[in-house]
Design a protein around this ligand. Sequence first.
Ligand SMILES: [Mg+2]
Length: 250
Amino acid sequence: MPILAFVDLDDSLFQTRAKCPEGEELIPVAYRKDGTALGFMTRRQRLFFEHLAQSATLIPTTARNLDAYRRVRLPFAAQAILNFGAVILDARGQLDRAWDEQVRSRLRACAGRLHEWHRALEQFIEAEELGAQARLISDFEMAIYVVVKHPDGDLRALERLRAEVLPTLAPGFFVHANDNNLSLVPDFLGKEHAVRHVRDRYYDTHDPLLTLGLGDSLTDAGFLDECDFRLVPRGSQLARQQPTPGGDHV
Ligand SMILES: [Mg+2]
């Protein structure tokens, strides 16, 4: 039976050096625009990746846009889900046209609000001198989502934005907040919708099919639920939300 594995990238297959265990041999796999290494695999992650790649077709399922995805040097050979599910690439790296037709018009209709959210965050950051950076992420000529990071990892700055700015914004987004990443994503997007689209295409030609999902963030839970089995890294945001071992005691 074919196996399809939908795999989140950052903090699932690799992470920044600061998040890696001390003293371990690290393998660089993701890079900044200037070519310096930014994302590292531990040997366990490398072994896990190789093991999975031998038995399954891997579908990267990531918030990264195309430029950032291309800076990940891992041998993916099938479809890719980018931008929180706004973009699906086929195995040749071309846009999935059917998916693009569904998403593009909705993003176009949402563009004004995305710019407003971005502007409101920027204004607050500047007025309060928070030092964070808000960016509007675009890809394939579509504005898609807003992300805020702090260059020094000041999480209090992101918390303030979350508590003081987000409630004042026009509705229509969901929030991805994990460590030094606060993203505002139009609420009709979501990795789970894109995963369903890709999975159902496989079902047309491969039935039965086994699906696996790997993810670390609360916002990955939706797409993991679309899979037969979920894989969650120990210590990740999602793992910390699991029930206490031994169950809840009353
Ligand atoms: Mg992640």
